[in-house]
Write a protein that binds this ligand. Structure first.
Ligand code: FES
Length: 156
């Protein structure tokens, strides 16, 4: 991971949890409009951002993502009433937790958009990729890599 930090061509990996009613549809729209956004962003469709739990956010970081974001319906427009508000609270909790352990809280964020906001979807993907590129590789992924290697080698 340290090599990735020193490598000037560091390309971050981002996971975007996108609600199927808004952000995922906006991603589709961005595609139909032929808007470019970085391939660094891997989209995971969710039925509502309320289904994204704290463990999913942390696991994405542990599994190698350098940045994670949740993109849900506009406040007041969630098809499950308050899923996006729950997601907002969970993202805030993870930000606080990361900050407490010395990891940049900017690695995680929440956005709200409608299905008609294809250009905004592309903008967010660009903005988040640039942000994480500036911050650098996630130390969580490096630690998880090392622990996995040690486990395979039978080291405690
Ligand atoms: Fe889109 Fe809940 S249905 S965030």
């Amino acid at each position: 991971m340290e090599n990735r930090r020193m490598n000037e061509t560091f390309e971050p990996t981002l996971i975007a949890f996108c609600c199927k009613y808004c952000a995922y549809a906006a991603a589709d729209l961005a595609g139909s409009m032929r808007l470019n956004y970085p391939s660094n962003v891997k989209i995971t469709q969710v039925p509502c951002t309320g289904r994204v739990d704290i463990i999913h956010l942390l696991k994405a970081l542990e599994d190698g993502a350098d940045g994670v974001y949740v993109a849900g319906c506009m406040e007041g427009d969630c098809h499950f009433v308050s899923g996006n508000l729950k997601a907002k609270q969970r993202v805030a909790y993870v930000k606080k937790t990361l900050s407490e352990i010395g990891i940049e809280p900017e690695r995680i964020d929440m956005f709200n958009l409608s299905s008609a906001m294809g250009p905004r979807f592309a903008e967010i993907a660009i903005e988040m990729t640039e942000r994480i590129r500036k911050i650098g590789p996630s130390p969580i992924a490096a630690t998880a890599d090392r622990d996995n290697r040690q486990a395979k080698e039978g080291k405690p």
